[in-house]
Design a protein around this ligand. Structure first.
Ligand code: ZN
Length: 115
């Protein structure tokens, strides 16, 4: 049985874009001549924009996926046995580990928090 894993776009093999096993989960960007659409799994948070540390952003994204965004959670569950390709610079705090956690069944949807 294979599981869902995350790799950085710099480590992706040639022609991964045409392989349906590979799913881009980053922000909209240009890489050479190739334009990537933003993924629904892209994180709206960024280190320079919000002034947060990578781990704080990771926690925000985790909260958003497991508490607020049921639709994204459902979509992430369908990424079973894929390779997630991310463009973020966060190393081990890449938000893709959260998406992979959902796809691999390690995270549960907790539902919206009432204020
Ligand atoms: Zn990432």
């Amino acid at each position: 049985m294979t599981t869902t894993v995350v790799i950085n776009i710099r480590d992706a093999p040639p022609s991964w874009q045409s392989n349906p096993m590979y799913v881009y989960i980053g922000s909209p960007r240009m890489e050479g001549d190739i334009e990537y659409d933003g993924s629904p799994f892209g994180t709206p948070f960024s280190v320079p924009k919000d002034g947060d540390s990578a781990v704080a952003i990771w926690m925000k994204y985790l909260h958003q996926i497991t508490r607020e965004c049921g639709e994204i959670f459902d979509q992430a569950q369908e990424l079973d046995q894929t390779v997630l390709v991310c463009d973020c610079e966060s190393g081990r705090w890449c938000h893709g580990t959260i998406v992979a956690g959902v796809a691999n069944g390690h995270l549960q949807f907790e539902g919206a928090v009432s204020a």
